[in-house]
Design a protein around this ligand. Structure first.
Ligand code: HEC
Length: 234
C-alpha cells in the first residue's frame, strides 16, 4: 500500500512540475492548413502599423458615406454646380489662430504650385516639371474669386489640379480659403471678413449663456455640445 502511495505522489508530482514548466508543447504538430492554425485576422481599432509591418495592403480612404469625427457635414454640391459653389459660405467661426493654420496648410498643400506669394509661380511650375499654369490667386479674375469657389476647387480640383478633399477636412479647407482671402484683400481684393474677433465671440457666448439661465436645462445637460466644434481644433 505504502509503495502505491509513493508511486502516486511521484507521478502526480511529475505531472504538476511538467505542466507548469515553460516548455510545454506549443507546437500544434503537422500543419496542413496554415491559415487556420495561425489566424491572419486583424483586430478592430488597431493602428495600421501591424498591417504595414506584415506587408499587408488596405484601403486608406474613409469608408464611403461615413463622416469622420470633427468633419463637417458635406455640402452635397456637385462638381458642375458652380452657382451653388459661388454662394457657399464658411459655416465655421474662425479666429486669428485659424488663419495661421490656414497659412501653414496652404504652404504645405498649395504653394508648391500656386506659389508662396499666391502668384501662381510655385516651384513645381517654375521648374517646368509641371506644365499646367496654376491660377494666379492674387491677380485677374481670381483676385475676387468667391470663397465658396475656392472651397469648391479644393474639394474637386480643376482640370490639371487634383482634389485635395482627402488631405484637408472641411474646416481645414475653410482655413486655407480664409488665408487666401486675407492675402487677396491685401492685394486689392474685397475686404477680408472671415475672421471673428476672439473678444466679440466671448461676449456673445457670455450673453447666450446669460439669456439661457431662466430656461429649462436639457435633461442630460449636454449643452456644451453646441460649442463642441471648437474642441477639435488642433
Ligand atoms: C499640382 C499643382 C497644384 C496644386 C498643389 C494646387 N493647385 Fe490649384 N490649380 C492648379 C492649376 C494648374 C490650376 C488651373 C486649372 C485650370 O484652370 O485649368 C489651379 C486652379 C486653382 C483655382 C482656380 C479654380 C477655378 O475654378 O478656376 C483655385 C481656387 C485653386 N487652384 C486653389 C488651390 C488650393 C487652395 C490648393 C491647395 C489646397 C491648390 N489649388 C493646390 C494647380 C495646383
Amino acid at each position: 500500500m505504502k509503495k502505491i502511495h509513493f508511486i502516486l505522489i511521484v507521478v502526480v508530482g511529475a505531472m504538476v512540475v511538467t505542466s507548469c514548466g515553460k516548455d510545454y508543447r506549443r507546437n500544434p504538430g503537422k500543419i496542413y492548413a496554415p491559415d487556420m492554425t495561425y489566424s491572419r485576422a486583424y483586430d478592430y481599432y488597431n493602428t495600421t502599423d501591424s498591417i504595414n509591418a506584415a506587408g499587408g495592403t488596405f484601403n486608406k480612404m474613409p469608408v464611403k458615406n461615413t463622416i469622420a469625427r470633427e468633419q463637417g457635414i458635406p455640402t452635397h454640391i456637385s462638381e458642375t454646380d458652380t452657382n451653388a459653389a459661388k454662394a457657399l459660405q464658411n459655416p465655421y467661426a474662425l479666429y486669428a489662430k485659424d488663419l495661421e493654420q490656414g497659412k501653414r496648410l496652404y504652404l504645405i498643400h498649395c504653394a508648391i504650385c500656386h506659389g508662396e506669394k499666391l502668384d501662381g509661380q510655385g516651384p513645381l511650375y517654375t521648374s517646368e516639371k509641371y506644365i499646367a499654369a496654376p491660377a494666379n490667386l492674387i491677380g485677374g479674375k481670381y483676385l475676387n474669386f468667391s470663397a465658396g469657389k475656392i472651397y469648391h476647387a479644393i474639394v474637386y480640383g480643376k482640370n490639371m489640379m487634383g482634389s485635395y478633399a482627402s488631405q484637408l477636412d472641411s474646416k481645414q479647407r475653410w482655413k486655407v480659403v480664409a488665408y487666401i482671402k486675407s492675402i487677396q484683400a491685401d492685394k486689392g481684393g474685397a475686404a477680408f471678413n472671415m475672421i471673428s474677433e476672439e473678444s466679440v465671440v466671448e461676449e456673445a457666448v457670455a450673453e447666450h449663456n446669460h439669456s439661457e439661465e431662466g430656461e429649462e436645462h436639457d435633461q442630460d445637460g449636454d449643452h456644451e455640445h453646441e460649442n463642441g466644434e471648437e474642441h477639435g481644433a488642433h
